[in-house]
Design a protein around this ligand. Structure first.
Ligand SMILES: Cc1cc2nc3c(=O)[nH]c(=O)nc-3n(C[C@H](O)[C@H](O)[C@H](O)COP(=O)(O)O)c2cc1C
Length: 378
């Protein structure tokens, strides 16, 4: 019930940020893996009680017409979404909706269930407001998750992020088949589908960040031949160099890809204040949070200019404040997602960003979130 108190008290602006000053220190005394387990279990439990959801919605909800957008036929009440990885099994989506998110992305979901890598597998870098994780695509599998999601009745768009099953023996044609299984199962349930080709935490690596493999995958999904499909997006790594990014974009643009999620975590260890020995001790994993913020914004800019602003971009990576959100929107993002920011700033971050965006628009005399990109940065 720690979480309930945390969420309730956190709402009042006249109180110090209760998450940061009381609950975060408590949660940070637990291992990062355990703290996430408790959080997701609490959120899943709370998702089952309508009256608790209502209270949460009343405390955390924030709406303003200027934040609403219609993209890919979907109505987004605000641009701040939950990034993939937080609610891998889709058990907590109703709670996330009531926390004020404008959309949620479930997953990554894979064809076969998977327990992921051994623990410990998530690590905090508080000095950098960042995380390193090597969860390894742990999830209950597409059959169980799609059955669960079928009966979710959300008023915000729900994306489902799919990836290849974490199993190094599934390669080549079998890897494509594996992807197709997930794709076919979620296509009638998801409001949009994200193809995660950039998970850094599997033994076999990022199979589909190889241009030939991506081409074969997209061809086999036959996206352009099925008008009933929801929008399909591709999620890129933050580490792609320009030539590979362009090559992959070229391939995607040859198929009916609606847009891009930029970006996933980094396998590199750049831009960190945390001591080298600590980083060494942690070992492999994807770096997320503040440390990748600027790099992810640069990738958004590149995709935006390459696609001439014609494709939807979900900007994700290191958003911890309204300022970070504005940077991503100015780089060309239409929508935003957060994960690591929630761990460091708490659930009030969603409302804080949305309020901040509205205040920014008022200050600059603009009436819609889309036009933020036109405000000149000094
Ligand atoms: C613990 C953890 C687990 C994640 N799991 C997934 C995942 O399963 N699929 C995926 O596409 N991205 C996953 N991500 C990446 C996030 O969705 C996001 O792209 C990345 O963390 C950058 O955003 P952030 O800096 O706001 O965390 C995960 C991130 C974290 C921190």
């Amino acid at each position: 019930m720690l979480q309930v108190w945390c969420l309730t008290l956190d709402k009042y602006p006249e109180l110090p940020n209760m998450y940061k000053f009381l609950f975060r220190p408590l949660l940070f005394r637990l291992s990062s893996d355990y703290a996430h387990e408790i959080t997701i279990k609490s959120a899943s439990l709370l998702s089952q009680y309508k009256w608790l959801l209502k209270i949460t919605g009343a405390l955390y909800g924030y709406s303003d017409e200027s934040l609403e957008q219609k993209i890919g036929g979907l109505r987004f009440p605000n641009p701040v979404g939950l990034a993939a990885g937080f609610d891998k099994n889709g058990t907590a989506a109703p709670f996330m909706q009531n926390l004020g998110f404008g959309f949620v992305e479930i997953g990554s979901v894979t064809a076969n269930s998977c327990i992921g890598n051994p623990k410990p597998r998530t690590f905090r870098l508080p000095e950098d407001q960042s995380l390193i994780n090597r969860l390894g695509l742990n999830n209950e599998g597409v059959l169980t998750i799609s059955r669960r999601l079928k009966y979710r009745n959300l008023s915000i768009p729900m994306g489902v992020n799919i990836a290849k099953t974490h199993d190094p023996s599934i390669i080549g044609e079998r890897a494509i088949e594996d992807y197709r299984t997930s794709f076919d199962m979620v296509k009638n349930i998801a409001d949009y589908i994200t193809l995660n080709i950039s998970c850094p935490n599997t033994t076999e690596g990022k199979t589909f960040e190889d241009p030939d493999s991506l081409y074969k995958l997209l061809k086999s999904l036959e996206i352009e031949h099925d008008a009933s499909l929801p929008p399909v997006l591709v999620k890129f790594s933050v580490d792609l160099d320009d030539s590979l990014l362009h090559e992959l974009l070229d391939i995607c643009e040859g198929f009916a890809i609606e847009g891009y999620v930029a970006t996933n975590t980094s396998s590199l260890r750049e831009n960190l204040k945390t001591r080298e020995s600590v980083i060494q001790q942690i070992g492999k994993g994807g770096l997320s949070g503040k440390a990748i913020g600027a790099k992810s914004t640069a990738v958004i800019q590149k995709i935006h200019s390459y696609t001439k602003g014609l494709k939807t971009i979900i900007g994700v990576g290191g958003i911890n404040s309204t300022e970070d959100a504005i940077e991503k929107l100015k780089a060309g993002a239409d929508l935003l997602q957060i994960y690591t920011g929630l761990v460091y700033e708490g659930p009030s971050l969603i409302k804080k960003i949305n309020r901040g965006l509205v205040a920014y628009m008022e200050k600059h005399g603009i009436d819609h979130v889309y036009h933020i990109r036109k405000v000149k940065t000094r």
